[in-house]
Design a protein around this ligand. Sequence first.
Ligand SMILES: Cc1ncc(COP(=O)(O)O)c(C=O)c1O
Length: 394
Amino acid sequence: MPELAGRFHTLPEYPLATIPQKKRELIARGVDVIDLGAGDADLAPPPKAIEALTKAVQQPAMHRYGFGLGLVPFREAISAWMQKRFGLRVDPLKEVVPLIGSKEGISHLALAYLEPGRVAIIPEPGYNAYQGGTMLASAEPYRYALRPRTNFLIDLDEIPEDTLRRTRVLYLNYPNNPTAAIAPHDYLERVVAKCRELDILLVYDNAYSELAYDGYVPPSIFEIDGARDVAIEFHSLSKTYNMTGWRCGWAVANPEIASVLTKVKSFTDTGQFMAVQAAGVAAIESWDEWVPGNVAIFKARRDAAVEAFRAAGFACETPRATMYLWIGLPEGVPSALFADRLLDDEGVVVMPGSGFGAGGEGFFRISFITSPERIAEAAKRAGRVLSSLAVEVG
Ligand SMILES: Cc1ncc(COP(=O)(O)O)c(C=O)c1O
């Protein structure tokens, strides 16, 4: 067998890797499976996006390589939306990088800024592309545990000086997956100031910027003074428009940082299918007429989830954003054991907190990816498993 590179061995198991197979087996046995695992809703994309794709695929020009430039109207739609949504001026040609899903951009960016001896600060629990990029760049992850103690925020003042001096990248994601935490404005100001002081690239993952409730409006990091010097922000069609499988997103950064990501990508891909970018234009332009209705669906699911899981004996905050509930487990109940039991005994898929790294222990995550009724049914089943484990663990 050809020998693997050392860095390959640093990659942990991907938490969702084994679930689809297990789910298939349960369904084949006749189990009524309720899947609240991946952040991948059962809802349809905007009809206008589907129409635009259908039209675009009829045009031969759309089938050619997109290259880094991609479809210019996609860049222009992003720029217009960033202006309308966040009040920001973004040059469509120099400050936007079209992506094959934001995960692709987040993980590839690491190759330009990280190398052995350099550190990336990674929230744990956190989205896997942060550690993926760091490990694939053979750099050193500094895992900061997101816990209730700091309102699930990374407190840079707690990180040792020596580590901060070697840090080149800080990954932040608010509204946060999986904790559903949000970041106050003054916190973001402090982080930007620190990144400027220490020359740290702030990778701001804003995949959930549009899934917010109760009047909360998540900001862009570029609304913070000075962020343009040090930050790159990632956006995605995936969650806002129920378009996870389409693989379409973008990054926004100053021209220098944007060109760095573009250059790395020119060696790893040749652009997203331009018909998908054309559909992206239609999705972004349908924001006003379509997104509020979609958010209302997620809100109804959130409300049902909070009520049902509390009634089943669980502790959870009501999240003001994202499509997740981050639910605490009683002391001594390991999250992996709980999730395994819930799947094996009751046919419910949830994500154990420990699957997001040790910092996630003591919690599990559910996603609002099915109807309020099914979520409520899942909560009842979870309550039964909680009671039986509480007896076993004492
Ligand atoms: C925090 C976060 N960032 C990025 C992504 C990736 O989104 P995309 O589908 O655009 O790659 C996800 C998907 O789950 C996510 O949770």
